[in-house]
Design a protein around this ligand. Structure first.
Ligand code: OFO
Length: 168
């Protein structure tokens, strides 16, 4: 059974995953408005992925006899001004989320809660992949010219990100 402290900490992670989903929704909406339909679709899909993470953590808390409490989700930061800022926000979001997950791993070790430790390894692996992809996307934006990218190169980037079926 989960300790009270672990139950509270995992609950906070449920809110953080919901927040991550909101950040991706905000970015997806910005991209759509900027005419970047491929990037928008990609980010929307990832928003759903974050909700899957949220639901899995909820399920785990319940399976271990804990109680899930749904909290308010903070408002995401203002919309980006260009594709580079968009993917910088993605990377920042993923790094912050990884840090929160590492704290959960620390707590599970301190408590010798090996079931939770084992459960969290899936999230650690997921974050590694997501940070890797976020860095790749940022590299692509930089190759396209970063903040100074021409319309033509942003057009190509939008097609590339939207069309390659990249999975976060
Ligand atoms: Fe972006 O990943 Fe959830 O945890």
């Amino acid at each position: 059974r989960l300790s009270q402290e672990m139950s509270i900490a995992l609950n906070s992670q449920v809110t953080l995953e919901a927040f991550a989903a909101q950040v991706y929704l905000m970015l997806s909406s910005w991209a759509d408005d900027a005419g970047l339909d491929g990037i928008s679709a990609f980010l929307l899909k990832h928003s759903q992925e974050e909700r899957v993470h949220m639901a899995k953590i909820m399920e785990y808390i319940q399976e271990r006899g804990g109680k899930v409490t749904i909290e308010a989700i903070p408002k995401p930061e203002p919309e980006p001004k260009n594709a580079q800022e968009c993917f910088e926000t993605v990377l920042k979001q993923e790094i912050e989320n990884s840090e929160a997950i590492y704290k959960l791993v620390d707590l599970s070790m301190a408590e010798k809660d090996w079931a939770t430790f084992n459960f969290l390894q899936w999230l650690v692996a997921e974050q590694r992949e997501e940070e890797k992809l976020a860095l790749t996307l940022l590299d692509k934006v930089n190759l396209a010219g970063g903040k100074e990218a021409s319309y033509a190169s942003i057009y190509e980037l939008n097609k590339d990100i939207g069309g390659t079926g990249q999975e976060f």
